[in-house]
Write a protein that binds this ligand. Structure first.
Ligand code: FES
Ligand SMILES: [Fe+2]
Length: 383
């Protein structure tokens, strides 16, 4: 990547000596946010939920993507469907309870009782007969595409999305030693933050801030050990070395649990940080996996759902609970340190006196992230 290759030189905002950040409007403008929704969240593969959250036939979870509500449901054949939560009759939202099980193995609209199968097919429409334009078999619920990767369900709302393997090329085969499909959620923390979704991605991908913001993290993983090993399109990631042999990111730096399945060699001494653009931040440790699911709620607000995955035998072992708690406590502390500076950056970048800043050499990957964003938005320049 050559510095400034996509930004015109010679304007007030041009790159002269180094890489420049996005202008503040990218974190505040409702217009730009709406463009991001249309061109990124409605077009890219996005993370929705874990397969283990809907394990049985009829289990469902609602996923909100800006104005679109989707019912992630396991159908009678065990497949996961992502049905648009809108009745084909007159557009009523079908389901409002965030998660549960469709006991009747069907979905009934509360208004005029049209009934759909778990695969979205219209099964019954009282008093309606085919004819005069109405055709029952044309009234199935629209569906988003679904792709399962290592227990993570991704969906794509676009009618003709690019293949998952193209957007997520760098993920294919990566982390298979963790057997993440077999891990289970041991803990979940929901954070509501007053900042733009991109600030969380940026914060996650640089450790320039670590010495000042995260004293404990910096003790466990030397900040100068941070390296990137993937900068391919939507997947940007790297790792940091753990100081302690067989250590992990916990309050005392000791492993929270035995190493996961096939994790071996150098991976026993590393913590990976992968941004899976746009809404999943994945952190595999030798002994557990932490991840953030980001849901934007406007230019200046997000929900960040943070999950901890452990092996089922660890979750069920009473003696292992202290280890799990120590990992959760460490990341809750570290997360809150990050959220504080992200929220302050959100406030600061609103100032008319902030035009755009300068990236350090240790933040070059953020420049790459910005570039992906601008490419997705079709903006030649961020002015
Ligand atoms: S709007 Fe759903 S049945 Fe009438
Ligand atoms: Fe941080």
């Amino acid at each position: 990547m050559s510095k400034g290759e996509f930004i015109k030189r010679g304007t007030d905002y041009s790159i002269i000596d180094g890489m420049r950040t996005l202008p503040g409007k990218y974190y505040h403008s409702k217009k730009i946010y709406q463009e991001e929704v249309e061109k990124i969240f409605y077009k890219f593969w996005i993370y929705a939920c874990r397969a283990e959250e809907i394990p049985s036939v009829g289990d469902y979870k609602l996923i909100q993507v800006e104005d679109e509500s989707l019912i992630l449901v396991r159908d009678k054949s065990g497949e996961i469907k992502a049905l648009f939560n809108v009745c084909s009759h007159r557009g009523t939202q079908l389901c409002v309870t965030p998660k549960g099980n469709f006991k009747s193995k069907s979905i009934q609209c509360p208004y005029h009782a049209w009934t759909y199968g778990l695969n979205g097919k219209l099964l019954g429409a009282p008093l309606m007969k085919d004819g005069h334009g109405f055709q029952k078999d044309k009234c199935a619920l629209p569906q988003a595409k679904v792709h399962l990767w290592e227990g993570f369900i991704f969906i794509n709302l676009d009618k003709n999305p690019e293949p998952f393997e193209v957007q997520m090329e760098a993920l294919i085969g990566k982390f298979s030693d963790w057997k993440m499909g077999e891990l289970r959620i041991a803990h979940h923390i929901k954070y509501e933050l007053k900042c733009n979704w991109k600030l969380i991605l940026q914060n996650y991908q640089e450790c320039y801030h670590c010495p000042g913001v995260h004293p404990l993290l910096s003790e466990l993983t030397p900040t100068q050990s941070a390296q990137h090993d993937s900068m391919k399109g939507a997947v940007i990631g790297g790792f940091m070395d753990l100081n302690k042999e067989r250590g992990s990111m916990t309050m005392d730096g000791e492993a929270a649990a035995p190493a996961i399945c096939d994790v071996s060699g150098a991976d026993l001494q590393r913590v990976y940080y992968y941004s899976i653009f746009p809404n999943l931040l994945l952190t595999p440790h030798p002994d557990f996996v932490m991840f953030h699911h980001i849901t934007p709620l406007g230019p200046d607000k997000i929900i960040n759902d943070c999950y901890f995955l452990f092996r089922p035998d660890v979750i069920n072992d009473p003696k292992a609970q202290d280890g799990i708690k120590s990992a959760v406590a460490f990341w809750d502390l570290t997360n809150k340190q990050d959220w504080q500076v992200c929220e302050q950056m959100q406030t600061g970048t609103k100032s008319k006196r902030f035009t755009r800043g300068y990236y350090s050499g240790r933040e070059d990957v953020l420049f790459q992230l910005d570039k992906e964003l601008l490419k997705a938005l079709g903006h030649k320049d961020s002015n």
